[in-house]
Design a protein around this ligand. Structure first.
Ligand SMILES: Nc1nc2c(ncn2[C@@H]2O[C@H](COP(=O)(O)OP(=O)(O)O)[C@@H](O)[C@H]2O)c(=O)[nH]1
Ligand SMILES: [Mg+2]
Length: 374
């Protein structure tokens, strides 16, 4: 009977898989285990390598996902794809020592603890071998903020190496946000009954091959994750991001308008001459297209980073579709404002309601038609 499933989310880790499996095999002697690699269609052929290993070793399984990215969602889907009663999550790059797994398993199996995890900042742990003093500092700060905001009192709630009963996870899996990388924090902050946590000191190592995927996005994802836990249930995280990008777009359009008028009118503009209607309309149209393009790029990078469009043709097609949804959004915006004004509402109220309705419309359409699969 299978006892333990080890979930290893991977993105571009091809060369690290074989050493990882060898270490799991050595560490878990005498335990009935399986390992599931959850790969987001890595361009380096990680999933092919995982399947090649699995051909020789039935304890190894592979989940390959397409058109999506995300460490947290990969971990959740892996944990829900096993019949093992106990599940663990760890990095596939050698930074987490599999030798800690038996001790974690004993703690969870004993019934004394609901969750065991390896902390980089516990008594007896070390991060020197990591070779990334910048990330040590950033993690320390992130941990402090996370403890404040969520009330979770662990030395390293941002750890990516933990184990718990699968049923504990499944009971709340539908409520997890699956956003960003802080899956442990997400679990701890989501479950209703407080979990009894066993903390083990981790000697955090340097990664074997390749480079960190979290370097570029670590701060952004952290903030998004915190927002999601904090205010996400009032205003959904993605909509908040979309709205923020939209608000920035207003600033971009204003600046672009100023710039274009300046270019069109040159000195006359500088000395305070007002533009004619025609010039203004031409300039404002150009500015609007610039702002819309800015919004498209930023939404593609941030709001929909997990479904990011890449390559010239997909980007141009996405841009064209975004332009179309935005024009419909504009009609909704102006149309609803006009209707409200006709009904006797104050101008200001009409404009605000128009903006909100237009944004909701843009958001709904673009998440379906620009970044969605339908
Ligand atoms: N499936 C999947 N795995 C990911 C993704 N991003 C990172 N990973 C994996 O998650 C683990 C931790 O990521 P890593 O880049 O090592 O982050 P770091 O240890 O914080 O520098 C590694 O095994 C990565 O391959 C992703 O978008 N999807
Ligand atoms: Mg790593």
């Amino acid at each position: 009977m299978i006892e333990l499933a080890v979930i290893l989310p991977t993105f571009k880790e091809r060369k690290n898989l074989a050493p990882m499996v060898a270490r799991l095999d050595a560490a878990l002697a005498g335990i009935a285990w399986e390992a599931i690699f959850v790969d987001d269609n890595s361009p380096d052929g990680t999933s092919d390598e995982a399947r090649a290993i699995a051909q020789q070793d039935a304890r190894i399984r592979v989940i390959e996902r397409f058109g999506r990215r995300g460490l947290a969602s990969a971990a959740i889907e892996g944990m829900c794809a096993t019949a093992a009663p106990i599940v663990a999550v760890m990095d596939a790059d050698g930074q987490h020592d599999p030798a800690l797994l038996p001790e974690m398993l004993a703690a969870v199996k004993s019934g004394e603890y609901d969750l065991a995890y390896a902390s980089r900042f516990a008594e007896g742990a070390s991060v020197d071998a990591w070779g990334r003093p910048d990330r040590v500092k950033a993690s320390g700060l992130a941990n402090r903020i996370a403890r404040k905001v969520t009330g979770v009192q662990l030395s390293d709630p941002m750890s990516g190496f933990f184990m718990l009963r699968a049923e504990t996870l499944r009971a709340d899996a539908h409520r997890l946000s699956g956003v960003g990388f802080k899956i442990l924090l997400d679990i701890l902050a989501t479950v209703d009954a407080p979990l009894r946590v066993k903390e083990l000191p981790l000697h955090f190592a340097a990664r074997l091959d390749g480079e960190s995927k979290l370097d570029q996005t670590v701060v952004f994802e952290f903030l998004v994750g915190l927002y999601d836990k904090w205010l996400g249930r009032f205003i959904p995280t993605r909509f908040a991001l979309f709205g923020t990008v939209g608000a920035l777009g207003v600033g971009v359009q204003m600046s672009a308008l100023w710039l274009v008028l300046h270019l069109l009118l040159g000195e006359r503009f500088v000395y305070g001459h007002w533009s004619s209607n025609v010039t203004f309309n031409v300039a404002n149209t150009i500015a609007a297209v610039i702002a819309m393009t800015f919004n498209f790029v930023l939404n593609n990078e941030l709001t929909y980073s997990d479904k990011r469009l890449r390559g010239f043709v997909p980007l141009m097609r996405g841009w064209a579709k975004f332009a179309m949804t935005c024009s419909l959004g504009l009609l909704t915006n102006v149309g609803s404002a006009a209707a409200l004004k006709a009904m006797g509402f104050h101008d200001f109220v009409a404009v605000i309601v128009g903006i909100v309705l237009g944004s909701v419309w843009n958001f709904a359409l673009s998440s379906k038609f620009v970044w969605g699969k339908y």
